[in-house]
Write a protein that binds this ligand. Structure first.
Ligand code: S3P
Length: 168
C-alpha cells in the first residue's frame, strides 16, 4: 500500500509520516528530502537558483520515480505537491491520500518559528504570516479537499488513520 500525506507547510507531515510508517510496517519517504538527495541541492537552493516552476518539474519527477519503484510506503509530500502538474490525480490512482489539516492558527504558530527555512515564507513578514497562510490555504484547499481522508486534529490518532485507510 502507498500512503501519501498531504497538507500545508507545518501541518506535521514529516512528523507523523515516520510514526505512521513504523506502525504500519512500511518504509517512509520524505519527498523534499528525496528531491534534495536526487539533485544534491537543498530545496532552498533549488528555489533560489532555478525558480519554483523548475522545482515543480523536479518534484513531479521524483514523486513518479519513488512511486514507480516502490509499492509500499508512507510518503510525506511537500505542501505544494498535490497542487501542481496533476500530482494529486496521480497519487490518488497510485495509493491512498491523507490530508493532515490543523487549523490556520496552529499553522501560523508553528511556521512563525520556521520562516527562514521555507523558501515560500522567506519574504513574508511575521505580521503578514497569518494573512499569507489564509490566502494560500484558500487557493490550495480545492486540491487538499480531494484527499481520500482528512484529519483535522493537532494530534493525529495513527491507529484511527490506519483503520480508516482500510475502508477507502
Ligand atoms: C512547499 C512546501 C515545502 C517544500 C517547498 C514548497 C509548498 O514542503 O516542498 O518549500 O509549496 O508549500 P513542506 O510542506 O514539507 O514544508
Amino acid at each position: 500500500m502507498r500512503i501519501y500525506l498531504i497538507g500545508f507547510m507545518g501541518a506535521g507531515k514529516s512528523y507523523w509520516g515516520p510514526r505512521l510508517a513504523q506502525m504500519a510496517g512500511l518504509r517512509f519517504y520524505d519527498l523534499d528530502l528525496a528531491i534534495e538527495e536526487s539533485r544534491g541541492q537543498s530545496i532552498d537552493q533549488l528555489f533560489a537558483l532555478q525558480g519554483e516552476e523548475s522545482f515543480r518539474v523536479i518534484e513531479k519527477e521524483v514523486l513518479h520515480l519513488l512511486t514507480e519503484t516502490h509499492e509500499q510506503f508512507v510518503m510525506a509530500c511537500g505542501g505544494g505537491t498535490p497542487c501542481f502538474l496533476n500530482n494529486l490525480e496521480y497519487m490518488k490512482r497510485s495509493g491512498k491520500v491523507v490530508w493532515i489539516n490543523p487549523t490556520n492558527e496552529v499553522l501560523t504558530r508553528r511556521l512563525s518559528k520556521e520562516r527562514a527555512q521555507r523558501p515560500l515564507l522567506q519574504s513574508v513578514a511575521e505580521s503578514e504570516l497569518a494573512g499569507f497562510i489564509q490566502k494560500k490555504m484558500a487557493d490550495r484547499r480545492l486540491y487538499y479537499e480531494q484527499a481520500h481522508l482528512r484529519f483535522d486534529q493537532e494530534t493525529i490518532d495513527l491507529t484511527a488513520v490506519l483503520k480508516a485507510i482500510q475502508h477507502v
